[in-house]
Design a protein around this ligand. Sequence first.
Ligand SMILES: N[C@@H](CCC(=O)N[C@@H](CS)C(=O)NCC(=O)O)C(=O)O
Length: 216
Amino acid sequence: MTAPVPDPDHIPTLIGRSSSHFTRVTRIFAAELEVAYAFEVVPDLRSMNAADFAGNPALRLPILRTGATTWLGTLNICRELARRAPVRRHVVWPEHLTDALTANAQELVVQAMATEVSLIMSQLAGTPRDDAHLTKQQQSLLNMLTWLDDNVQAVRAGLPQDRALSYLEVCMFCLVTHLEFRSLLATSGYRALTAFCDEYGQRASARATTYRFDTP
Ligand SMILES: N[C@@H](CCC(=O)N[C@@H](CS)C(=O)NCC(=O)O)C(=O)O
């Protein structure tokens, strides 16, 4: 079956950054689910103006604009993309993870993504390296990565075999590859996570969304 031709008047607009791991999650979902979209770049993450974030009062990206409606937050956006998808694919969402191992993995992956954002924003703000809160966040990130590295194989084995896509794996892939991209820490020592990223990175959706800094 040929893919439907997108109507430029009705395709949603994703507002984000090509260097953002949360944005990449939504782009991978769009690619996997064959949803066409326009892309608008937020020029400066540090902006204090909600208008720069498509009206998001949290001053965060990504945001999805569908006509007069805006969807805030990565999970909401992925769900809306799935509702718009011209193809039906088996997606595993966080609420499907009903055992502690996979549910905890989901929690830690999203927390690690948020902690990474916090570390990057602290860097941009020039927070001193010995700041106590910063030091705790760095330790927390290392702990979470160690836990994920120890458990990634069992976690993946616990996901439905017939899945096309899981929010957990897409987030985990975007998290680990982003740590390298932002030179926040070297990830090669996390052997199981690296093996997972090498495998997941073969997907066309991953290859089409590699991180880069948008030019102003
Ligand atoms: N809960 C949000 C978090 C999004 C987020 O933190 N995005 C980062 C960029 S990857 C951001 O906007 N950071 C700006 C800031 O922290 O001020 C989501 O799931 O989309």
